[in-house]
Design a protein around this ligand. Structure first.
Ligand SMILES: *Cc1c(COP(=O)(O)O)cnc(C)c1O
Length: 400
């Protein structure tokens, strides 16, 4: 079978990670990050539901949550599930950060929380959001789903605002197949998160079995010789059916599982965690060289760390000069098994299943970013020759 590379650099699991056992996974991650206790949830989405419900109990007169208009659709579903209303902020031109002027105009006395989002392991402008949030009395909840291990000024993301969450889903670095971690530096919020967890989350033996089997399946199939079965074939089928939302796995249903994480999956994660620092170092070295190479292609914008930031590198996020150029590059790269893909297909109002959940407002910059962006896997299986051939395609597409 043909080699197939994953779209992101997930830490591969080993068979020996799967031995029976139990471990205090969240405590070990907290120790590694050098942060206060973390709260383990069954997904990043579940972590967001638990956090928003807790914030709403503390400030019940506020019911709106401001998010970037180009983000994971699960974010809108989590807000809805928490009984709150999403408000969409357009992006800064050619950037994934929220537009400062629009953010200032959207925020007000009904704003419960603002969600700066650290996409692709890059670090969002949290200070801008803090200024706006504190002026109106809202919380800042950092979406660090794609940024476990990222730091600014030597401190973990999630500590810059009032609270933050990480995702442990497949494809986001360290994985329990699904999982999430909640982080806050505020003792009042930490207690409120624990109360919210107890009120919302139940054990579920059926989900424990399902996730255990999925995690074993991931351990076996996450390798270039087998990924074509689990990832490549469904991707090509969805693209042939003209369904890019399904191709990138953005086709979420309204059901959000809310259950505990079994001790065994925590043991698996704890064993894999020991290899994560070295893995992040290796992916960082590879990424920095490749970002430098991509920067030399006229018309291509690659997202990098600013001074005092040390992000993580699951994949490289870039934009091309136009939608036509981006689509031209994807025509040969997306189905080639080389780890090139797209992140979120649409701005949030353009997902059919979010109609009625998010407001439809003009969002020119978010729609433009969705139309011109693509991603390159930073998997260590993506070798130099293949990366060079990707650059050649991008050069031709950007120059046309
Ligand atoms: C994946 C993701 C989420 C949701 O996390 P899950 O663990 O998949 O529920 C939220 N926000 C962003 C930006 C994500 O990429």
């Amino acid at each position: 079978m043909a080699r197939e590379l994953p779209p992101t650099a997930g830490l591969p699991l080993r068979l020996t990670d799967l031995w029976p056992g139990r471990a205090a996974f969240a405590e070990r991650v907290a120790q590694w990050l050098g942060v206060d206790p973390l709260q383990l949830e069954c997904s990043g989405t579940a972590a967001m539901v638990v956090a928003l419900r807790a914030m709403h109990r503390l400030r019940p007169q506020r019911d709106e949550v401001i998010v970037p208009a180009w983000t994971c659709p699960l974010v809108a579903l989590a807000i809805h599930r928490a009984g709150l209303k999403p408000r969409l902020c357009d992006l800064t031109p050619n950037h994934f950060d929220m537009d400062a002027a629009q953010l200032g105009a959207l925020a007000g006395e009904r704003t419960l929380a603002i969600v700066p989002t650290h996409l692709a392991g890059r670090i969002a402008d949290v200070n801008l959001v803090l200024d706006v949030a504190h002026r109106v009395g809202a919380y800042v909840l950092e979406d660090a789903a794609q940024a476990l291990g990222a730091q600014q000024d030597g401190r973990s993301v999630g500590l810059l605002g009032d609270a933050g969450f990480f995702s442990l889903a497949v494809g986001k670095g360290l994985t329990l197949f699904e999982g999430g971690l909640l982080l806050t530096r505020d003792p009042v919020l930490r207690d409120a998160f624990a109360v919210s967890h107890d009120a919302t989350i139940r054990p579920d033996a059926r989900m424990d079995w399902q996730r255990a089997l999925e995690l074993i399946g991931y351990t076996l199939a996450y390798r270039p010789s087998l990924l074509s079965l689990a990832y490549g074939r469904p991707l090509r089928k969805a693209l042939a059916a003209n369904d890019p939302v399904a191709a990138v796995g953005d086709d979420f249903g309204p059901d959000i599982p809310l259950h505990t994480v079994s001790p065994w999956r925590q043991a698996v994660g704890s064993r894999a965690l020991k290899r994560l620092p070295a893995f992040l170092d290796a992916t960082r070295t590879q990424a920095l060289a490749r970002v430098a190479r991509l920067c030399r292609i006229p018309g291509v914008t690659v997202f990098d760390d600013a001074p005092r930031q040390r992000g993580v590198w699951p994949f490289l996020l870039l934009t091309l000069p136009s939608e036509a150029a981006r689509d031209d590059a994807l025509r040969s790269l997306w189905t080639a098994g080389v780890g090139v893909s797209r992140l979120f297909i649409h701005a949030l109002p353009d997902y059919a299943y979010l109609r009625g959940i998010v407001p439809d407002t003009p969002l020119p910059n978010a729609r433009d970013f969705a139309a011109r962006s693509l991603t390159i896997s930073n998997s260590l299986w993506l070798d130099e020759a293949t990366f060079a051939s990707i650059c050649t395609v991008l050069e031709r597409a950007a120059g046309a």
